[in-house]
Ligand binder design. Sequence first.
Ligand SMILES: Cc1cc2nc3c(=O)[nH]c(=O)nc-3n(C[C@H](O)[C@H](O)[C@H](O)COP(=O)(O)OP(=O)(O)OC[C@H]3O[C@@H](n4cnc5c(N)ncnc54)[C@H](O)[C@@H]3O)c2cc1C
Length: 455
Amino acid sequence: MPEVRSAAEADIVILGAGPAALMLALALRRLGLQPLVIGRPRLQPAVEGLSHRAAQGLRQLGCDTALALAGAPWRRLSSWAGAQVEMNGEFIVERQAFDAALARDARQAGVALQDGRVRQAEHRGPGDWRIHWENAPGVPRMTTARFVVESRGRSAPKWAPDRYAGAPALALTRAFRTQRRGRRSTFTESFADGWAWGTLDADGAATVQLVMQPQRLKAQGGDADAAHAAALARLSATHALLGPLQPAGDIGVRGIQTVWRGACGLEDGLRVGDAAYTCDPLSGHGLFEALSGALATAPTIRTLLQRPALATLARGYHEDRIRQIFLERLRTAAGHYAAETRWAGEPFWRGVHALGHIPLLSPAPQPPAGAAFVSQPVVEDGFIVERRVVRTPEHPRGVRFLGGIELPRLHEALQAGPAEPDLPQLARQLGGAPDAVRQALHWLRAHRLDRTAAA
Ligand SMILES: Cc1cc2nc3c(=O)[nH]c(=O)nc-3n(C[C@H](O)[C@H](O)[C@H](O)COP(=O)(O)OP(=O)(O)OC[C@H]3O[C@@H](n4cnc5c(N)ncnc54)[C@H](O)[C@@H]3O)c2cc1C
């Protein structure tokens, strides 16, 4: 069938229709930009946890339909390294329904959304993209774009070799019926061949997701039912919580791989969400990453398109943010796995324990020795700009404001002013309350920065 040139040509085209794509589109709309989203709805069902911070972000972006679906938080139980603890609750969402709710929120906010499968994103030159895609009935289309965001998740084609790709694992998930009634709970349990995560609803509906090495499935001749049953039999806290289980559906199989993609920031294209990096699902952070990434990426795109003189700064901000978060998450996962030592000789645990020794994580970054002023990219009024911040051992990413007072400006005012600071005068000058200035001054003094020369 001949390709139809789409009437809807766009400055910014976002590929994919998952949380990263939809939340970025919403964040761009809030900055007054009009992206076009081309993506197909998620094919596989999945039940996932959403943290309180992620729910806050949804609220910030006005995703009321998605928030309503998340409902109230579930109790969260963990059985790890021999300790049983109840942790902060989490929200539970079925991903097909959640993504559809996000799409409704995006449409309601005025986002243009085309339901279709992208076949190729052709990069013909700077600011010259051709997106070849098929609409829902299968008619081939072509849309031109000045800027492209790649957010087709883990299956997105690479733009450069990976910077890091961990060992693949599998998650086998099955729904069950139980006799248990009561509080909605999620649970995590480590076991000899991997770890389990699951949900128990108030009406006795449960899901059990088992993460293991692909060899475990191979050992069962590729029979996912048998691999799930064999692993399930090795759990204990989960059985105590769920009681006798009656299977209530087929096994779903999802691949897992911790990956950091190369070239996440071009001048006319960025990668976001799982298309940029994937975390170990043990962290349960994927949806939060998609959301926080959207909030940080929207000003980056706006800067690239509207302030080309700051393009290098904006791209650096995007790449650096991804590097820092990816390494932080990898380090956290390595630490969490290291805490579980009961099956150190088993292949799964040998593999995850080795994470702590990979060259990418060593040596661990040293926090700055003391507090100092440095210049770095920050988000200001919806753009990426370079500003001075204070970096301290506790805040290696930098602090700019304290109680609404801009610390570098306070520092400058102190240097130019009398030896004994005039608080009401400083408050007028900095546009804050005298109390806030007093606290900021106290903070600078505590860090020995009130009179130090600026870096
Ligand atoms: C086993 C497992 C368990 C997890 N559990 C959790 C959890 O409990 N909590 C949590 O926060 N995160 C969890 N995650 C991570 C989470 O699923 C991802 O981080 C999150 O989905 C990333 O969102 P995304 O929008 O980047 O990608 P995706 O959600 O993968 O979205 C990609 C979108 O692109 C579309 N698409 C793909 N190809 C094309 C194409 N060719 N054309 C058009 N559209 C296309 C897809 O249909 C989809 O809509 C888990 C991951 C795994 C593997």
